[in-house]
Design a protein around this ligand. Structure first.
Ligand code: NAP
Ligand code: ZN
Ligand code: ZN
Length: 356
């Protein structure tokens, strides 16, 4: 029997999200059935709902920062049992045979990973949905290979954003080997940015935040940043020239980046994480002069996601959250558009009873 599921869905790029009922597949032998307790709101959810990248299909249940408890497991599942605290991030499947998949980088799967929402559902005949549906829902069924364990010391609500924001910043910090002595700048103090600050500081780096105003300065310092710059302040930007080994750029909109490139030291890299769709003006001279790089990075693999959760638990790191009820999603979206969140909205799915 397919599992009756309640959710909030977008029905078009413009319409507000509204209650939506559908079914999940009955768990297959490798599946884990999860009661979703909390789901984070990522800025990518807004991009998808608003069809910023094109190709969004509706109705769409967004949500890829999922935290909850296991309610049932299939016959082949050995790593999870009923009652376990688990998380699901941005992927629910991949080919598992290509070189990136075998290396644990399922996010770079050659034929393409299956996104937690908005991707073609391989099990459509069982779920009744043409596309995968995400975490703004009370239940989800996911293959055990794409489920991770949430350490006991992390509260489920503040852990939910780690499943996307947390891994998206952790992966490049590890890839570019950040550690004691590294000088890291984080551009944009939102959901991703605040995780980057906490994680880089815990890795021993000296962290600087670049923000559009001084509104978040005290928070940045509390999270572990040593320095704070306003990126429109030309004098401060000039004074900071050539001083960073890694810039984690989390800005969610097209913005001026030439000035930021000047902040990179010799051999420094700026990693672009924002899903901006317009071209960026990049000039060769500032790059070649100091052998600087501009790179991109997409979430992180499943093994690395578990490593990140364990790292966060060990260092007492979780997300700063504003918990909302499902009927406040549209209000939260409007605030997120204005960078007005401290620092992640998390939907309390137990409140779905009152509205859906
Ligand atoms: P967010 O919470 O909205 O934070 C984005 C921050 O960017 C804002 O807080 C703001 O920081 C800054 N910002 C926004 N508009 C700006 C503008 N026009 N000029 C300069 N700064 C601006 O978003 P998020 O959830 O962290 O996501 C950030 C981006 O990463 C989104 O595009 C999202 O889709 C993308 N993303 C990518 C991946 C990946 O795998 N690469 C994963 C998750 C998300 P201040 O207030 O400090 O100025
Ligand atoms: Zn995300
Ligand atoms: Zn693959």
């Amino acid at each position: 029997m397919p599992i009756a599921t309640r959710a909030f869905a977008a029905t078009s790029a413009e319409a507000p999200l509204t209650p939506y009922a559908f079914t999940r597949r009955d768990p297959l032998p490798d599946d884990v059935a999860i009661d979703i307790h909390f789901a984070g709101i990522c800025h990518s959810d807004l991009h998808m709902v608003h069809n910023d990248m094109g190709g969004t299909r509706y109705p769409l249940v967004p949500g890829h920062e999922i935290a909850g408890l296991v309610t049932a497991v299939g016959a082949n599942v050995t790593r999870f049992k009923v009652g376990d605290r688990v998380g699901v991030g941005c992927m629910v499947d991949s080919c598992r045979t290509c070189a990136p998949c075998r290396a644990g980088d399922e996010q770079y799967c050659v034929p393409g990973m299956t996104g937690t929402y908005g991707a073609k559902d391989k099990h459509a005949e069982l779920s009744g949905e043409a596309i995968t549906q995400g975490g703004y829902a009370d239940k989800i069924v996911v293959d055990q290979a794409f489920v991770v364990r949430i350490p006991d010391s992390l509260p489920l609500d503040a852990a939910a954003p780690l499943l996307c924001a947390g891994i998206t910043t952790y992966s490049p910090l590890r890839h570019w080997k950040i550690g004691p002595g590294s000088r890291v700048a984080v551009v944009g103090l939102g959901g991703l940015g605040h995780m980057a600050v906490k994680q880089a500081a815990a890795m021993g780096a000296e962290v600087t935040v670049l923000s559009t105003s001084d509104r978040k300065k005290a928070d940045a310092e509390r999270m572990g940043a040593k320095h704070f710059l306003i990126n429109s302040d030309k004098a401060a930007m000039k004074a900071a020239a050539e001083s960073f080994d890694l810039i984690i750029n989390t800005v969610s909109a097209t913005h001026e980046i030439a000035g930021h490139l000047q902040l990179l030291a010799h051999d420094g890299t700026m990693v672009m994480l924002g899903l901006t769709t317009e071209g960026l003006p990049i000039f060769a001279m500032p790059l070649l002069w100091r052998r600087r790089s501009v790179a991109g990075s997409l979430i992180g693999g499943i093994r690395e996601t578990q490593e990140m959760l364990d790292f966060c638990a060990e260092h007492g790191i979780a997300s700063d959250i504003e918990v909302i009820a499902p009927d406040q999603i549209n209000e939260a979206y409007a605030r997120l558009e204005k960078s007005d969140v401290r620092y992640r909205f998390v939907i309390d799915m137990s409140k779905l009873d009152h509205v859906a």
